[in-house]
Ligand binder design. Sequence first.
Ligand SMILES: [Zn+2]
Ligand SMILES: [Zn+2]
Length: 177
Amino acid sequence: MTFAHDTAEALESGVFLSNSELEPDTLTSLDELVEFFDRFGYTGRRPTSDDLEPVRAIRTPLRHLFLASRDDAVPQINAILAEQHALPQLVRHGEVDWHIHATSDDQPLHVRILVETAMAMIDVIRSHELQRFSRCAMDDCEGVVLDLSRNRSRKYCTVTCTNRAAQAAFRARQSED
Ligand SMILES: [Zn+2]
Ligand SMILES: [Zn+2]
């Protein structure tokens, strides 16, 4: 496995979140935010309607971070860690064995997501794995692809784009006949 379990999860959730702003926006209500929270197993204070706008607002910066070059990503990561006063601590909760939290559970959700993502990006930078991130192979899509698979076969950001690519390939084949 390339990354520690908590690193991989933080990257998956950060990419999922950043891609939610692509048309059609899939994070527009508290219900959708709670669904995201539960899907990725966040702990601590549950989201309220006050969390919605701040969480929506970090999606573009996160997307830019994931698609940045290595040297451009580093200042963005350092800025998050400094601004949010990240303090790495080993914690254990529920079923999850020792892992790192760098901000406390009572911080606003968008702060926790930012810090968790920045901490995970430290591993990405240090292990020269930034090429795990790419822009979606659909021409008209700004989505982020995170490929943690061994053979690095992922090309599209979401199922939507995978299906669109399959349809386009099908149409291209038909027009050849
Ligand atoms: Zn945890
Ligand atoms: Zn896409």
